[in-house]
Design a protein around this ligand. Structure first.
Ligand SMILES: [Zn+2]
Length: 518
C-alpha cells in the first residue's frame, strides 16, 4: 500500500481514552487512511516516532484566536498550534462580527478588542459563510463556527439595554439559522458582556429551542457579574431544562459550590464544562462595571463617565469590587493601548498615585478606552491551587479549553501554555489523570460534545490532524511575566495531512479548513 505520509513506530494514544498501543499511522491527502503495522507499506514521506506519543490534534472549544489566525504579521498566530491545538472553535463568549453592517461590526469589535488586538480586516461579511470563507487557504488551523449571541442581538436590537420582545426574538432566529446552516453546532454566550448582558433568560431559552432542533448545544460564559456564581449556574441549568438543550459552562472549575450543583443535577439536564486550570482569570477592566454602565460598548461608557452623578456611581461600584475583605483584589495590567503599568497590580499603582483603587480604575477605563486587559489573580496558596486542579481535571464532565488570548504585552500564560501544562502538571507531575484520559479531554470529548464528526480520534477516515510529542518532556514554559514562551517536547503538529509545526517552529503552511456540525 502507498501513502502520502506514514508516522512510524509511535505509541498511539487515539483520543478515545483507550490504552496506548504501538502502531503506524498512514495518511493520504487530508485523511487518516490506516492505523496498523504499516512496515511493509511505502510513503512519500516517513516520520520516525520511536519513543513518541502520537495523538489526534487537540480541539479547543474556547479560544480567542480566530482573527489572529488570519494575520501573518501576528507573532502569536501559532500560539495554540505550538501546543498541538489543530481545531479552534470561533465565537467564544458570543463574540463575533459577521452579518452586521461594517460600522456596527467595527463597533462591536471595539467592545471585544481586548481579546484580539488590532487586526487588518474590513468587517464586511453579510452572512456567516462570507466570514467563514476567509479561513480556507489562510489559516494554519481548522476553525469551527459557533453562533455569536453578541452579534445576533446587536443586529436586531442595537445596543439597547432592555429585554427583547417576541418579534425581536423571532428576528434573532434568522441570524441563528444562518449560522446553523453554515455548520455551527453551538449557541455561544458571554453574559457579562454587552449587548448579551441585556438579555433575559426567556430570550436565551427561545433561541436555544431552535438550536436544539438542529441537535446543537448552548455554551455560556455565565452571568457572574449580574447574578453571582450560584444563581448564574442555576440559570444555565434552567435553560437546559426548559429548552431541552445540552448545556456547557465556559472556563469553570470544581469548588464547593460547583461540585455540589453538578452532584445534584437531575437527569433532565445534560451538562459539561471546560477549564484552563490556572489560578487566575483574564478579561477587560470594564467587566468590573455594573451592567447598566457597560451597556452600549466603549463610547457609551465614556459618555456616562462625563456625567458626574453616573461617574460617582461607577467609581463606587469599582471600589466595592476592588476592595475585598482582605485588601485590594490582585489585578494586574496585561495590556492597554497606552502600554501603561504593564505587569503592575492595580492596587499598587493606585497607592503610588495617592488614589483610591475605584477612582484609579475609572481613570484607566476612560483614558485607555477601548480596553485595559487585566489578569485577575485568585490569590490562592499552592495547596488550594493543586486541589482545584486535581478535582477539576478528574471531573467526568470536564474538558480542557484555554480561553487563550493572542495579543498584548503581558497577557495570561494560558494561551501559549494551557494544553502543554495539563500534560506536564496534571498528568506527569501530579498524576491526577492518565495521559490517555487527558488526551481524551482535549480531543474526542470536545468533538462529541460540539458535534464534530470526523476529528478528535485517530481513526481511518478521520481528518489527518496529529500531534507527535514526548510524554517525558512535554511542558509549558509560558509564565505570568513571559506569557508567550512556546512549550517544549512537541515535535510535530499536522493539520489536514500537512505539517504546521516542526520541532517547535511554525512552517508557512495554511491547511486549515472550516469544520462544520456533523
Ligand atoms: Zn469568557
Amino acid at each position: 500500500m502507498e501513502f502520502d505520509l506514514i508516522i512510524r513506530n509511535g505509541t498511539v494514544v487515539d483520543g478515545s481514552g483507550a490504552a496506548r498501543k504501538r502502531a503506524d499511522v498512514g495518511i493520504t491527502g487530508d485523511r487518516i487512511v490506516a492505523i496498523d503495522d504499516l512496515s511493509a507499506a511505502t510513503a512519500g514521506e516517513s516520520i520516525d516516532a520511536t519513543d513518541r506519543i502520537v495523538s489526534p490534534g487537540f480541539i479547543d472549544v474556547h479560544i480567542h484566536s480566530e482573527v489572529n489566525l488570519l494575520d501573518p504579521s501576528n507573532p502569536r498566530r501559532h500560539g495554540a498550534l505550538l501546543q498541538g491545538v489543530t481545531t479552534h472553535l470561533a465565537g467564544p463568549d458570543g463574540f463575533g462580527w459577521a452579518r452586521l453592517k461594517p460600522d456596527l461590526a467595527r463597533d462591536l469589535y471595539q467592545a471585544e478588542i481586548f481579546a484580539y488586538g488590532e487586526v487588518p480586516l474590513d468587517f464586511d461579511w453579510p452572512t456567516a459563510n462570507d466570514y467563514l470563507s476567509l479561513f480556507p487557504g489562510n489559516s494554519p488551523a481548522n476553525v469551527m463556527p459557533q453562533i455569536p449571541h453578541c452579534a445576533i442581538r446587536l443586529e436586531v436590537m442595537g445596543w439597547e439595554h432592555r429585554h427583547a420582545t417576541d418579534a425581536e426574538i423571532e428576528q434573532m432566529k434568522v441570524g441563528v439559522r444562518d449560522w446553523l446552516d453554515a455548520g455551527a453546532s453551538c449557541l455561544c454566550l458571554g453574559l457579562d458582556y454587552a449587548p448579551s448582558a441585556s438579555s433575559d433568560t426567556r430570550e436565551l431559552i427561545e433561541l436555544s429551542k431552535l438550536v436544539a432542533e438542529y441537535g446543537g448545544i448552548y455554551a455560556t460564559h455565565q452571568r457572574y457579574n449580574d447574578l453571582g456564581g450560584e444563581a448564574a449556574w442555576l440559570e444555565t441549568i434552567e435553560i437546559g431544562r426548559k429548552a431541552g438543550i445540552p448545556v456547557h459552562v465556559s472556563h469553570a472549575g470544581v469548588d464547593e459550590m460547583t461540585g455540589r450543583i453538578m452532584r445534584e443535577l437531575d437527569d433532565a439536564v445534560d451538562l459539561t464544562f471546560e477549564s484552563y486550570l490556572y489560578p487566575a482569570g483574564c478579561t477587560d477592566l470594564t467587566l468590573m462595571l455594573p451592567i447598566w454602565a457597560s451597556a452600549g460598548g466603549p463610547e457609551s461608557i465614556l459618555e456616562r463617565a462625563n456625567q458626574p452623578e453616573l461617574r460617582a456611581q461607577m467609581v463606587d461600584h469599582l471600589q466595592d469590587k476592588l476592595k475585598t475583605n482582605k485588601g485590594t483584589a490582585r489585578i494586574v495590567f496585561a495590556d492597554n493601548p497606552g502600554k501603561r503599568y504593564i505587569g503592575e497590580e492595580i492596587g499598587d499603582v493606585a497607592e503610588r498615585l495617592g488614589l483610591e483603587p475605584g477612582e484609579f480604575a475609572m481613570r484607566m477605563i476612560v483614558d485607555e478606552s477601548p480596553y485595559c486587559l487585566m489578569v485577575y489573580l485568585r490569590g490562592w496558596d499552592d495547596a488550594t491551587t493543586e486541589k482545584m486542579i486535581r478535582e477539576t481535571v478528574q471531573h467526568p464532565l470536564m474538558m480542557v479549553a484555554s480561553d487563550g488570548i493572542y495579543h498584548g504585552a503581558s497577557s495570561h500564560p494560558r494561551g501559549a501554555g494551557c494544553f502543554a501544562r495539563v500534560l506536564r502538571l496534571a498528568v506527569r507531575e501530579m498524576q491526577a489523570v492518565t495521559l490517555e484520559e487527558a488526551v481524551r479531554k482535549m480531543t474526542s470529548f470536545p468533538a462529541e460534545r460540539f458535534r464534530i464528526g470526523d476529528r478528535g480520534l485517530l481513526r481511518a477516515g478521520y481528518g489527518a490532524d496529529v500531534v507527535i510529542f514526548d510524554e517525558a518532556t512535554v511542558a509549558d514554559r509560558s509564565t505570568w511575566t513571559e506569557p508567550f514562551l512556546e512549550p517544549v517536547g512537541i515535535d510535530r503538529v499536522i493539520v489536514n495531512g500537512r505539517t504546521v509545526i516542526l520541532d517547535g517552529t511554525p512552517t508557512s503552511e495554511t491547511p486549515g479548513q472550516i469544520v462544520r456540525r456533523a
